[in-house]
Ligand binder design. Structure first.
Ligand code: DGL
Length: 264
């Protein structure tokens, strides 16, 4: 296979990274992708740092064995826990991470209240604390850990009364004292964006880091001379540590209807 036709490896703790894959394929339709969801070990966000580092390294090695030309860590939690380890380990290929899209949310309005939804690990790790420190003077930044939310998406429960009730309880006081914007700091959350918006109301602006990550992925490929210049449309291959029919069907469903096809 031509060097530039090799696939881009994208991974997440589960199916959430499909929200990033959507942005990647929209921006680079000629590229080939392998998407690996580590659903057997999801969620990452409530595990220990050591556990998440071990899983992240294992999945990265699995993708590297498949001759990927670039690695995209489509998981905020794995990025905050292990991106530095992966970059050290794989100096022969670009390794791209994702972080909460705090900057555009802060700059969207002056002195606004910004709620950052993410996993407990993402919000407690140094990477986010550093990011928050950069913008703290410009806005009121409120971290909101969301344990339990990823599980809804992993079950394929992306709407319905139970999810609505869960979100209503989670937002609690922020429904009475509204925030200006919300950052979806976990790649699972854009897959339930409509539900989040309906609970928060239309006055709240919602941001996520998928598009920025896709742009950075393309920039790095271009810089390394690795863009796929073939005329053909690229392909997407789904893999998952659960290896069940159900999880592959859910991945296809989210991909087709939530990300790549008509909105449901
Ligand atoms: N999708 C993930 C993220 O962006 C991780 C969710 C989890 O497994 O806890 O943080």
């Amino acid at each position: 296979m031509e060097k530039n036709e090799r696939p881009i490896g994208v991974f997440d703790s589960g199916v959430g990274g499909i929200s990033v894959l959507k942005e990647l394929t929209a921006l680079m339709p000629r590229e080939n992708f392998i998407f690996f969801g580590d659903s057997k070990y999801a969620p990452y966000g409530t595990k220990t740092l050591e556990e998440v580092r071990a899983r992240t390294c294992e999945v990265a090695a699995h993708l590297k064995k498949q001759n990927v030309k670039e690695l995209v860590v489509a998981c905020n939690t794995a990025t905050s826990a292990a991106i530095h380890i992966l970059r050290e380990q794989y100096q022969d290929m670009p390794v791209i991470g994702i972080e909460p899209a705090l900057k555009p949310a802060v700059y969207a309005a002056e002195h606004s209240r910004v709620l950052v939804m993410a996993t407990p690990m993402t919000l407690r790790e140094e990477k986010f604390l550093h990011l928050m420190g950069q913008y703290q003077e410009l806005a009121e930044i409120i971290p909101l850990p969301c344990p339990g939310l990823v599980e809804f998406v992993e079950r394929g429960e992306i709407d319905g009364p139970d999810l609505k009730q869960f979100l209503t309880n989670l937002f609690g006081t922020y429904l009475e004292h509204p925030v200006n914007s919300v950052v979806l700091g976990c790649t699972h959350y854009p897959l339930i964006k409509e539900m989040i918006q309906s609970v928060l109301g239309n006055g709240v602006q919602i941001f996520d880091g998928g598009e920025g990550t896709a742009k950075e992925t393309k920039r790095r490929l271009a810089r390394e001379g690795l863009l796929n210049l073939s005329e053909k449309k690229g392909s997407v291959c789904f893999q998952n540590s659960l290896e069940s029919e159900e999880i592959l069907a859910l991945s296809q469903y989210l991909w087709k209807y939530k990300a790549n096809g008509p909105q449901i």
